[in-house]
Write a protein that binds this ligand. Structure first.
Ligand SMILES: [Zn+2]
Length: 304
């Protein structure tokens, strides 16, 4: 294994001995605020920025130590789906700036993580033939996020080894630390067939180790935690777990996520016991879910 450089951790600006709490969902909360189904959340960066800012504020008020930008689908291939590929840098800078302004008004330090999702261009076969091209795609997005003032990059819902590695290399090339999480289905693999141990191995040998690796979304708190616990980590690399609130069920016109704040609080306690030191929620997680996890961390979340 190549020698690794550890970039100075942004977490040193927080209470570094405590388990850290990220935020909840962006997409499902914007749907609840009126974003039409099938419309990219990034459209609201210019059309309804106050709705995104209000969500950031709500998560800060609920006790988040880290908020993620509204930029999950802000890579050029995804933005091209609604004719916005040329605006990649502008939209990412805007997303970062909105989150940055929200945390600056907090009474305690809160970090901004730049959300980077997959391109989905080739989710099944991976991106093996085009990893270098993917580095360029992600670097363009991350440069925009950096211009808007993020503290680190959060690669989430990663699907293939090649894209995950490309996105990590992009963060390193732009000079930012990164967290990397993937989402695993019922069989314990991503749609591209990547398992949790294989995902953890993606970051071995890179020039800069991740701040944390782990899981997000998946199929609810239990599977998300089980997959994360199956990841072998290098020394100093934290474990991050950000589950969805179960798979949504249709109730009338709405998609309802079954797990409430109480169940996310139970998840938080179990995750801390399994060694996770960054928690949060994905789809379905509202500020109330985050507040419930905050209470658990305040009681049980000391690392030493
Ligand atoms: Zn999710």
């Amino acid at each position: 294994m190549a020698a690794m450089t550890m970039i100075v951790s942004p977490f040193s600006r927080l209470d570094d001995d405590s388990v850290l709490l990220a935020d909840g969902a962006m997409g499902t909360n914007l749907l609840a605020a009126g974003l039409p189904a099938g419309v990219a959340p990034e459209r609201w960066l210019t059309e309804r920025p106050e709705a995104i800012a209000a969500l950031h504020h709500a998560f800060v008020a609920a006790g988040s130590d880290v908020v993620l930008t509204c930029s999950f689908g802000a890579n050029a291939p995804r933005l091209a789906l609604w004719g916005a590929a040329m605006r990649t840098r502008e939209l990412n800078r805007l997303a970062a700036d909105l989150a940055r302004r929200a945390v600056e008004r907090a009474s305690r330090p809160v970090l901004v993580a730049g959300s980077v999702g997959p391109t989905w261009r080739d989710a099944v076969s991976g991106y093996a033939s085009a990893e270098d091209e993917a580095v360029g795609v992600f670097a363009e997005q991350i440069a925009g996020l950096k211009a808007g003032g993020i503290d680190f990059v959060w690669l989430e819902t990663m699907v293939s080894a090649a894209e995950a590695r490309a996105a990590a290399r992009a963060a390193i090339s732009v000079g930012l630390p990164y967290v990397a999480t993937a989402s695993f289905g019922a069989g314990g693999t991503t749609p591209a067939g990547l398992s949790a141990p294989q995902f953890a191995a993606v970051f071995e040998g890179l020039e800069v180790a991740p701040l944390a690796i782990g899981t997000n979304c998946c199929e609810g708190p239990d599977t998300t935690l089980a997959c994360a616990a199956a990841m072998e980590r290098l020394p100093g690399v934290r474990l991050a777990v950000k589950p969805n609130c179960g798979l949504p069920r249709s109730v009338g016109e709405d998609a309802v996520h079954p797990e409430g704040p109480g169940s996310m609080a139970r998840f938080a306690k179990a995750a801390i016991e399994r060694g996770a030191t960054i928690l949060g929620g994905c789809c379905g997680a509202e500020p109330a879910h985050v507040a419930a996890m905050r209470q658990v961390i305040d009681r049980h979340g000391r690392r030493s």
